[in-house]
Design a binder for this molecule. Sequence first.
Ligand code: SF4
Ligand code: SF4
Length: 428
Amino acid sequence: MAVGLDKVKPEAITEDKHLVVQGMDISGHWNRMFEQRVSWDYDVDNLDRVTDLPGGESLAWCYGCAKCTAVCPVDIVGDYSPRKIHRKTQMGVDLFNSDDLWLCTTCMNCLRVCPKEVNMIQIMPAVREQAVLEGTTVPPELQKAFEDTAKHGNPLGQPQRKRADWTKKVGVPVSIMKDLGRPVDILWYVGSYPSYHPRGNDAACAAARIFNSLGVDFGILGVEEKDDGDSQRLAGEKGLFEMLAEQNIAAFSKYEFSRMVVTGPHEFNAFKNEYPKLGADFKVLHYTRFLVEHLDKLKPMLKKPINLKVTFHDPCYLGRHNGEYDAPRQLLRAIPGVELVEMGRCRENGYCCGGGGGGMWLDSFTKEHTTMRLSERRVREAAEYGADVLAVCCPFEVSRFEDAAKSTGNDELMVRDILELLDESMRG
Ligand code: SF4
Ligand code: SF4
């Protein structure tokens, strides 16, 4: 039978005040001995509640090797890892009502090294979903993002009718599928942040100009496009994800296109791995891979040198989740003048920006549990490597890192989407 933590025996300590062994004085704490460090009783009910959930099973498989702790980005700025979550839950902590429930960014670095395949990318969404269903208090900033997404179709709370307003400032034609009335080669899913956020707009405009220069036959959905919902799913709102997926799939199905190109890694993950489970059937590419396909044509257009030291931040949902590490680097290397430097934590061991798994909407909450934001840790790393530019290819990251550069006093570090760097080099 499970016994509460108050019944766990305290550790016994023995210590000789005066002790000399073979002429060596080891008095006091030098000879301190602890009784065997084990817990005699466990409250396994709370662990069982997690492992009984579909998706939660693997938390039981942890055998405490701590490989995950060394790579978890949250532990690097706080006190967190699958091993610690397993141990705490095993010792009676109720994960469903713990702040720990909201700290995992589902970055997948722990799963990469875990010999037992303890899968936080399934465990955390499963527990969060149940917690949301049971009415557990969701951090207010996350709750607001859920509500804005449900009401407006995007987590920024912007009106749906304004979703294509950014196209007015781009300077080249951007066709809306509804108006075009014909099949296209590429359906470009723009995404919420590129559609609404001012810095996201910059990347969207850059992409539109690049596509036009390359002669890509493309169209966008405009007001028919809704947020992909994947981050809301990972944060526990599976119902909201399913609703958005249904609406998006219906919109996609109205038009004929050969392939879809997406601006963001989260959308890429959603459309490649999650939407097919709901009946979607189309080929999707992240913009970096799509542009690499056009590199022969693109390269001669990159005329203006960008004589800067550039480092690249691997987005978790492009890299670890979907195995794309090379395309962004190929694009950066194609820009004349760019000196590409790698940070220590890169590629498979890339450091999370803190925006995944709902973290995008949990910055204030996370800050209360860590010594600094993950985005702040990352911009410090970029600055430590002497970079002038931190290059990204995820719409969550530009604003996150620009804020972090300011708050850590690294204002001179420029944060740019690869699209912006390509566009700048093309425009001369
Ligand atoms: S790496 Fe896996 S098995 Fe090892 S402590 Fe972490 S979760 Fe447990
Ligand atoms: S998925 Fe990432 S943030 Fe979550 S526990 Fe694993 S390493 Fe830490």
